[in-house]
Ligand binder design. Sequence first.
Ligand SMILES: Cc1ncc(COP(=O)(O)O)c(C=O)c1O
Length: 354
Amino acid sequence: MSGAPAEAGGEPRRGFASDNTATIHPAVLERIAAVNAGHAFGYGHDPYSTAVAARVAAELGGTEAFFVFNGSGANVVSLRACCRPWQAVVCSEHAHIHTDESGAPEAVGGLKLLTVTAPDGRLSPDAVADLLAFREADEHAVLPRVLSITQSTELGTVHSRSAFAALTDLAHEHGMLVHVDGARLANAAVTRGVSLAELVEGADIVSFGGTKNGLMGAEAIVVLNPALTEGMLWLRKQSLQLASKMRFLAAQFDALLDDGLWQANAAHANGMAQRLAAAVGDLPGVQITRPVEANAVFAVIARNARERLLGAFDFYPWDERTGEVRWMCSWDTTAADVDAFAAAVADATAVARV
Ligand SMILES: Cc1ncc(COP(=O)(O)O)c(C=O)c1O
């Protein structure tokens, strides 16, 4: 039985639905195969997993790293490490923890989320300050304890160096911690032209994504503030994010950090998004809605154009009210994929307009 999702009897399907529809980078698969020998203690208690975790932590300027299965898990475990039961998480209205984790922060972590408006997905220090100024702390309200910043954001934008610094300073002035949802951290680092450590400077804990950047399925929680390490092993296990065959998660990150693979994959995905935006941005039936700063293109197109396109390419509607759609590029999106899709967008939007 073939495992490739193909049209009946045809080529494997390709599309722009997400960066997790992509394949696994061959170097990652090779590394998994390379560590597939001999016996190793489970749960991260083998020398290889320990060494790779230390390597990941160092790459982000952190003190410890903990591998987990998925990004929602990384977020929930990280935020649980930050908050006591009466404390709350401040995040953007578009934050994945708020819109796309099925209430896991609330259900699994007992966490209250306080959202602020964030045009184009970027948190503004003013909006966060406004929320924090609304009310003096008392026992009737939750206490904001952690600011969660997504970098790059759910809307394909990137917080600038100055905005990120202003946000972390603001949080720390209010005695709060800073969490970074870095499901697409590499894409932001490439856009900003900085190392991963520079990008997260000022944060206390980071969900460092790998799955969307060529891994098979692994994320890492990187602790930068050593006070947050306490209990992390228990929180990870309790949150069902502890892998028993840990070496195979570690192997994926080991490959990702070798020879700048994280950078090359993210740079490629970002470049494909730029290519797509350039190809469709001037079409009369396409209105690009967000700055294209990472690997996503958001646009409004006519609904019948969308339906025509969906017959041949996968992608997600983003906002049914406005007809906004999301086109996501990944490490294995090719220039030919983009060009074929852009031509189809041109056809579909031209037909939709007549
Ligand atoms: C911003 C962001 N954070 C976290 C995640 C984690 O997702 P998952 O739990 O599917 O790995 C995603 C996935 O789409 C995301 O876009």
